[in-house]
Design a protein around this ligand. Structure first.
Ligand code: HPA
Length: 308
């Protein structure tokens, strides 16, 4: 393991009793989910060696380890943003640490502005793909081969098997779920109406200030990603009214019950598929170590699993 991460990971492994299977990264104002974690161990980022600290309102900056529906998880409540002036390497450190702790899948959440005119503030959107407009990439620089390939494939970064699962879970818990492309931008000034029109033409449905770097780093490590955006406001120019960060936080407060219900059910469903007694190793052309959930001992339909 890269020496930069060794101290951080050792510190956390010594304190977290059960290695996590699923990781969750919570976006602005979405920290309430952490309260649902059982047998909680909370560690402020400032106390974790090698962890950068976030100072944004609405971001607690706490790592929460525990379990949810019997699934060992680590939740990152609060994230590090590129616009705060941190280098990309710091922005993706918490995501890298989730992968190094053993998370096989990570649910990445964020607050986002709605570009698709059919959306409304308060909608939840399953991220199908992203467009990186940060003007840089966390993998710029020498490649760390212990993490992954120099040129990682991103064609199924927001994994289609996890998206199928998410849609089924959302129907079951009766949480309406939109689906669309997230465009990640540097900000911190909100976009102009002309930029939003341009992003719509590019094929984006929602815009935000995060997620893209983390998803690139997680994909690089072969970690499965499921992305959920909370549409906290309609993006600039859509409703002809000024954008305020307060509105972002107000909307997350309004949707928090729905969001927590969906996320809890999602973690349980992902974890159920990952529990050792439900997994069977089946050869697949895409991944020789592919694992699929079984039904009565028979392998269910084999999805393409981890790439490493
Ligand atoms: N633009 C960029 N990021 C955001 C927005 C937005 O409108 N809303 C929440 N995060």
């Amino acid at each position: 393991m890269d020496a930069r991460f060794a101290e951080t990971v050792e510190f956390l492994r010594e304190r977290i009793p059960v290695p996590p299977v699923v990781g969750v990264i919570l976006g602005s104002g979405l920290g309430d989910f952490a309260a649902a974690v059982e047998d909680r161990l909370e560690i402020p980022y400032a106390r974790i060696p090698g962890f950068p600290a976030s100072a944004v309102v609405g971001h607690a900056g706490t790592l929460v380890a525990g379990s949810l529906a019997g699934v060992p998880i680590v939740v990152l409540s609060g994230r590090i943003h590129f616009y705060e002036g941190h280098p990309m390497s710091a922005v993706v450190t918490p995501a890298r640490v989730l992968g190094l702790l053993g998370c096989r899948d990570v649910v990445v959440t964020n607050a986002a502005g709605g570009i698709d005119k059919a959306f409304s503030a308060g909608d939840l959107m399953l991220i199908s793909d992203h467009i990186n407009l940060f003007g840089t990439n966390p993998l710029v620089g020498p490649n760390d081969d212990s993490f992954g390939a120099r040129f990682p494939d991103m064609s199924d970064a927001y994994r289609s098997d996890l998206r199928r699962l998410a849609k089924a879970v959302a129907r079951r818990v009766r949480v309406p779920l939109r689906e669309g492309v997230y465009v990640g931008v540097t900000v911190p000034s909100y976009e102009t109406p002309a930029e939003i029109r341009a992003f719509r033409t590019l094929g984006a449905h929602a815009v935000g200030m995060s997620t893209v770097p983390e998803v690139i780093a997680l994909s690089h490590m072969g970690v499965g990603v499921l992305g959920i955006s909370c549409i906290t406001n309609m993006a600039a120019g859509v409703l002809k009214k000024p954008l305020r960060h307060d509105e972002v936080l107000e909307t997350t407060r309004r949707v928090k019950d729905r969001f927590v219900r969906l996320l809890t059910a999602l973690v349980a469903a992902i974890g159920e598929g990952r529990s050792p007694d439900r997994l069977v190793v089946v050869p697949s052309r895409k991944s020789p170590r592919a694992a699929v959930k079984t039904k009565g001992g028979r392998p269910a339909k084999a999805p393409a699993r981890r790439k490493r």
